[in-house]
Design a protein around this ligand. Structure first.
Ligand code: HEC
Length: 233
């Protein structure tokens, strides 16, 4: 091909651009393109950090599951608050605030039993329950205003849920103080000797690893009102 042929060919192509021209146009376009503004960078970093802190605050357990006390709060508002008041101030059911529960049940065992089998589990109307030395007198079944019964929760709660809601009532509503050494890695309550309260199937066990409830829903170890277990006021 001669130079003339080539000139001729280019003039015939008219406005068509050669490879060099295409390349330089692309470079120019890239230069003209807007960069990501600088302020976006700290925002991109801050959003995930904030999300981790925010979600972490709601679910402190390391696996993301709600802690025992958080589950307890949820169960209380779903299943107990209608009778005991949304903040535990009382209603059809007895009040739980200002240490009231800790006077009835200085030992958590007695409360676990009472919620599991309800007023009827104690006996006919007028049967005493809780600490016999309760200030102001021992409580008796159907002894509260109106004489209503406390329903049993054996059929509607798991044992892990029972422990969670009983803890919430004692610690959050009634103000029981739990020694930090009695809490496990995800905030779960342990026996004072550090043994777990729940087994691998999430059933309540004694410090010796035996079932805490027998087949009829009664405690296999009795509350010791003199040296109570499970957080005091
Ligand atoms: C249908 C109403 C009702 C519901 C729902 C209810 N309770 Fe009660 N609760 C009562 C009544 C009534 C009493 C008093 C029982 C008695 O005098 O026999 C009571 C008493 C109690 C007591 C003993 C308080 C004391 O100082 O004597 C505890 C603990 C308790 N309830 C826990 C719970 C928990 C935990 C739940 C939810 C899982 C719950 N209750 C849901 C009505 C209810």
């Amino acid at each position: 091909m001669t130079i003339d042929d080539e000139l001729e060919r280019r003039s015939r192509r008219g406005t068509e651009r050669g490879p060099d021209e295409v390349w330089s146009a692309a470079v120019a376009a890239a230069r003209r393109r807007r960069r990501i503004p600088l302020w976006v960078i700290p925002v991109l970093v801050a959003v995930p950090v904030w999300a981790i802190i925010f979600l972490g605050g709601l679910s402190p357990a390391s696996d993301g599951a709600p802690s025992q006390l958080e589950s307890g709060a949820q169960i209380f508002s779903n299943q107990c608050g209608t009778c005991h008041g949304t903040s535990g101030g009382g209603g059809v059911g007895r009040p739980m605030t200002d240490g009231a529960l800790l006077e009835t049940f200085p030992d958590i065992l007695g409360q676990l039993q009472f919620v599991w089998t309800g007023s009827e589990g104690v006996g006919p109307a007028g049967s005493p329950y809780g600490d016999p030395a309760r200030p102001g007198g021992q409580h008796v079944t159907q002894g509260y205003e109106g004489g209503a019964k406390m329903p049993p929760f054996r059929a509607s709660l798991t044992q892990a849920q029972l422990l969670a809601v009983v803890r919430y009532e004692r610690e959050v509503l009634s103000g029981a103080e739990v020694d930090p050494t009695q809490l496990g890695a995800s905030g779960q309550l342990l026996w004072p000797d550090g043994q777990p309260m729940l087994d691998a199937s999430e059933n309540l066990i004694t410090p010796d690893g035996q079932p805490l409830f027998d087949g009829s829903g009664h405690l296999t170890v009795q509350p010791d009102w003199a040296s109570p277990v499970g957080g005091s006021g």
